[in-house]
Design a protein around this ligand. Structure first.
Ligand code: ATP
Length: 343
């Protein structure tokens, strides 16, 4: 059975009058790639710092592998933190940087060397050991920071926006590498990010933070397909809410519903619904955005409200797309894709 790597119970931390963490309960499993996702200021970093022991909570309990660590110093916890700015020693070689923690722990030299070479190989930097940090690219420096964390074989690795300083292309490349490395080494990764796409592509599970609390925990598909609150629906992906009178008309029941844009088909106004389980609504195209591979249409519904639909450009060209503006359309989706949100 899979064990619990981290358990947080009613964790709270305020700075002055700001409740940075306002009651967090969470279990992270052994070997998981777990992301904490949320906007700036939602409390993710503070939770990470509480787990690392850099901050102490006002209230609550922190367990690592079943042992309470709430009052312990950072070095007494079997975790390692990787920061966005890498914090490499510039005057040391890559290998010395990686071996440093082992030297402090008085690991014999031959073992230090063997283990740091192994860690460098794990992050695909074998052969770079003699370089200095200044002679590496941003992505390589990030991987040295990772090797330095892996060399001590912590039970848990805490990563605070580690890809934040990289440009988009490198960032995407590092996302898949980081995930592959995590799978290979099998260490629990707790990854803080405000980038929803990053969290969706890399994680086994995600906790979405909203104002110091967790709004939802789930797999990427659960979070995306079944958002638990309007906040989650809008923060993860494009929210497309139907509520009030228009929800009653279109869905047939009151409430607030979210429909993902790619689940909506755009048909001619005169089209009939394909199947009884489809819902439809008519409206006028208010705006069109050509995205290259797809087109985004904003449609003002006759019953009130506005929905965004995204269509793959299978046969449409940029010229066809421009002609959509102002036209009358019928939107259609499967009823199960109108997901009711708790009010
Ligand atoms: P970001 O993505 O910007 O890092 P975050 O979700 O990680 O945001 P936190 O850094 O945890 O958010 O901050 C949560 C709240 O606590 C913010 O309002 C922040 O200003 C406040 N805060 C965090 N650390 C401190 C501190 N040391 N002193 C005072 N206020 C703090």
């Amino acid at each position: 059975m899979q064990g619990i790597a981290i358990r947080l119970q009613d964790l709270r931390k305020s700075f002055g009058r700001t409740a940075a963490v306002a009651g967090v309960d969470l279990e992270i499993r052994d070997g998981e790639f777990f992301s904490m996702l949320g906007p700036s200021g939602s409390g993710k970093t503070t939770v990470l710092r509480l787990v690392a022991g850099f901050e102490s909570p006002d209230q609550g309990r922190i367990e690592l592998a079943g042992q309470e660590v709430t009052g312990l110093a950072p070095f007494e916890r079997d975790v390692h933190t990787v920061f966005q700015d890498y914090a490499l020693f510039p005057h040391m070689t890559v290998e010395q940087n990686v071996a440093y923690a082992l030297k402090i722990r008085k690991v014999p030299k031959a073992e230090r060397l063997a283990r740091s070479r192994e860690a460098l190989a794990e992050v695909r930097l074998a052969g770079y050991g003699d370089r200095r940090p200044a002679q590496l690219s941003g992505g390589q420096r990030q991987r040295v920071a990772l090797a330095r964390a892996l060399v001590g074989r912590p039970r848990v690795l805490l990563l605070d926006e580690p890809l934040g300083a990289l440009d988009l292309k490198l960032r995407e490349q590092m996302q898949s590498e980081l995930k592959a490395i995590q799978r290979e080494v099998g260490i629990t990764f707790v990854f803080v990010t405000h980038d929803q796409e990053e969290a969706l592509t890399m994680s086994d599970r995600i906790a979405v933070f909203d104002q110091g609390r967790i709004a939802q925990v789930g797999t990427p598909a659960e979070i995306y397909e079944r958002p638990a609150t309007p906040f989650v629906a809008s923060f993860v992906g494009t929210s497309n809410l139907l509520d009030g009178e228009v929800a009653r008309q279109v869905v047939g029941a009151p409430g607030t519903y979210n429909i993902r844009p790619e689940k909506i088909r755009v048909l001619k106004e005169s089209a009939e619904a394909d199947e009884p389980e489809h819902a439809t609504a008519t409206g006028t195209v208010a705006d069109v955005v050509y995205l290259g591979d797809a087109t985004r249409l904003l449609v003002d519904l006759d019953g009130g409200g506005r929905l965004t639909a995204v269509q793959q450009n299978l046969e449409t060209s940029a010229e066809d797309v421009a002609a959509y503006r102002g036209t009358r359309v019928r939107l259609q989706w499967h009823r199960r894709h109108a997901v009711r949100l708790p009010s």
